[in-house]
Design a protein around this ligand. Structure first.
Ligand code: ZN
Length: 462
């Protein structure tokens, strides 16, 4: 079977259905959410659209409490799951083309969700139809699972898997080709200072970052008193450290702001943490008491090091690389300091053991360490049949022999017991998910449909 030829023959159908889906503004709408419509009308309409398509093709469909649903074909004890989502993030501004239209210009189809994840969903949907129409005998049930809350917390699949069977194997077309088989663990750690600010301490407050999963790009401190030379020292610090910032004097207080560079917490090395830069400056300001401990801790642990080496966090493995720490929300007030970390830990990281060791070696710093959240790593061995089969199908159609990938971010595949992220962004393609002018390359979309069709056949037929 020449799946690419088949997919090309049905290109208009694929594009038309994708445009129909993009026209549904399936953005989470909390104010319009009810018990029956958990994420607002848009995500539900998109789910119903897909389930109607499934029914029209004579496939089994099921809606799980309007949270998620599935379309299923074939018979067998086991399920091959294809995990997709039809909710999208808000459009935002600065679009060249209408975000909810699906306009095609120069071989690209533009629209919110074009690559995340409506395009890949429709490619997988065409793949299912092609396999069905080719009357290939399946020995597994092939089930497209459709979520409606991927972008804001996975409540859709949480509910789904409370009620429905976990597929034996699966893939999620919601990330990159060739495929992602290793996803780091994601933990939320909080360092809390034990000693409080004393009245005579000059640092009144310190604030950087709003979300732990971003590198803070601005940090602000307020000082009550300072040496006469603070302005001069600050300018010198900025030029020596190639940094930008401002120092203002207002009603007896110095307000110091420093700029950094934002980046995602899974790649802290791509950003510059403004909290660390500001702490480094404050370290030169003869602070006392809790304030001095606070800035010393930040500088000694986080300056120039994303691995937590000073405290013994560091670890790496071959399948997923380094364990990294991002101090994403950093603050200091009369109660002392708090540093909230998004930690991305390697697949084989001995989490309990390491965290306990860090808690015990915190000795010279007056801080405690707590775990506020923890999502385990996700991994399917590269030698596994699932990985090898998907990889060979992808290689056959793309002639690309790139290695399998790991990520410090979580993909949708991590909710599957044995699943990987499989496409549909090809190596070298720009990642335009969540951005203005999000698009999918039409030729790549068609090719992805062929890849998914062949993957289904290889994984779910004799
Ligand atoms: Zn997605």
């Amino acid at each position: 079977m020449d799946w690419l030829k088949e997919a090309n023959a049905r290109k208009q159908e694929l594009l038309f259905e994708l445009q129909q889906l993009i026209k549904i503004e399936s953005v989470l709408h909390d104010e319009k959410a009810t018990d029956d419509i958990p994420f607002g009308p848009g995500p539900l309409e998109a789910l119903q659209f897909m389930l109607t398509k499934g029914k029209e093709q004579g496939m089994e469909v099921k809606n799980i409490d309007n949270f998620a649903g599935h379309i299923e074909m074939g018979e067998g004890d086991e399920i091959l799951g294809i995990l997709c989502h039809v909710d999208v993030v808000p459009a935002g501004d600065h679009w060249t083309y209408p975000p909810f239209e699906g306009r095609i210009v120069d071989g690209k189809l533009f629209g919110r969700g074009a690559i995340d994840d409506k395009g890949p969903t429709m490619a997988a949907w065409l793949a299912m139809k092609m396999v069905k129409d080719a009357e290939i005998q399946l020995n597994k049930r092939v089930r497209m699972i459709i979520g409606t809350d991927e972008e804001s917390g996975f409540r859709c699949v949480d509910r789904y898997f409370e009620k429905e069977e976990m597929p034996a194997i699966g893939f999620a077309p919601d990330a990159d080709f060739p495929l992602i088989n290793a996803e780091k663990g994601i933990a939320h750690l909080i360092f809390s200072q034990k000693n409080q600010r004393a009245k005579e301490d000059t640092l009144i407050s310190f604030q950087a970052g709003k979300r732990i999963n971003m590198v803070p790009d601005v940090a602000t401190a307020i000082l009550e008193r300072a040496s006469e030379k603070i302005d001069e020292n600050f300018q010198k610090f900025l030029s020596e450290n190639d940094a930008q910032g401002t120092l203002n004097y207002d009603s007896g207080r110095y307000i110091i702001t420093v700029k950094g560079k934002s980046a995602h917490a899974m790649e802290p090395e791509k950003g510059r943490n403004a909290a660390v830069v500001l702490a480094k400056f404050l370290l030169t300001q003869d602070l006392t008491g809790a304030a001095a401990d606070f800035v010393r801790f930040i500088v000694e642990v986080f300056d120039g090091d994303h691995f937590g080496t000073a405290l013994g966090f560091e670890f790496e493995d071959a399948m997923s690389g380094h364990t990294t720490l991002n101090p994403g929300v950093v603050s200091f007030d009369e109660n002392g300091g708090t540093i909230e970390i998004s930690m991305r830990y390697s697949v084989t990281y001995p989490f309990e053991e390491k965290i306990t060791a860090v808690q015990q070696c915190l000795g010279s710093y007056p801080f405690t360490l707590d775990i506020a959240g923890n999502s385990a790593p996700h991994y399917v061995s590269e030698d596994d049949d699932l990985v090898q089969t998907l990889l060979s199908v992808y290689q056959k159609h793309s002639n690309d022999f790139s290695k399998v990938l790991s990520t410090g971010g979580g993909t949708y595949a991590r909710v599957l017991k044995k699943g990987v992220a499989f496409g549909m962004l090809y190596p070298g393609e720009p990642d335009v998910a969540h951005q203005a002018d999000e698009f999918v390359d039409v030729e790549n979309l068609v090719k992805a449909a062929a890849i998914y069709a062949e993957a289904i056949v290889k994984l779910a037929s004799k």
